[in-house]
Design a protein around this ligand. Structure first.
Ligand SMILES: [Ca+2]
Ligand SMILES: [Ca+2]
Length: 191
């Protein structure tokens, strides 16, 4: 009995010093509305999927993560890419390309890059046209939504909506803004 007690005593300081981190955050639109049913996948530093959750009232939460390691979050949301897209969006991107009416915000520039080529070109217009006409039902790379980290954590250039960061401290908040690819006049539904 004494030996077991001593053993537990020896373990106890380890349990006290092992630090765990809670990671949570909100996903919202540019206008600040919380967005539900965003799928948030959490991967460890080996690229192994730890768990998947959905935002509720705009919020996701992961608890009891080992501190000091790199983690990766990947966000996605279901829905047809035609959501929010019309000839109006087409005209806005066309006018930007013609320098008649440049898109006014960085977020719109990102959302106008439909094929993910890091530039806005006629190819984006052609994909948008084909989507509106029903010729295609997905964009290259299955791009549909675009998520931006509020704290400017850059997205993985090779994988859309994927963010890797080191986790430390007892509580980490990471908030994201969701944009709809191709939607220039903000008519997409986030339900
Ligand atoms: Ca492009
Ligand atoms: Ca639109």
């Amino acid at each position: 009995m004494y030996r077991i007690a001593l053993y537990l005593l020896l373990l106890f300081p380890v349990a006290l010093t092992a630090q765990n981190t809670n990671l949570s955050g909100f996903v919202s639109t540019e206008s600040g509305s919380f967005v539900n049913d965003v799928e948030v996948k959490l991967f460890d530093d080996q690229g192994q999927l730890i768990t998947t959750t959905l935002t509720v009232n705009g919020k996701y939460t992961f608890t009891n993560l080992a501190s000091g390691y790199d983690y990766t979050i990947r966000l996605d949301k279901s829905g047809h890419p035609l959501n929010g897209l019309s000839t109006f969006d087409f005209v806005m991107i066309a006018q930007h390309l013609l320098a008649v009416n440049p898109l006014p915000t960085e977020n719109l520039l990102l959302a106008a890059d439909i094929d993910g080529s890091n530039s806005i070109s006629v190819a984006d217009l052609l994909y948008l046209r084909e989507m509106i006409l029903g010729i295609i039902n997905e964009f290259p790379g299955q791009r549909n939504w675009l998520f931006l980290a509020e704290d400017q954590t850059p997205s993985d250039p090779a994988q859309i909506n994927t963010f890797t960061f080191n986790l430390s401290g007892s509580t980490v908040f990471k908030n994201f803004v969701i944009l709809k690819i191709g939607d220039m006049n903000r008519t997409a539904s986030f339900d």
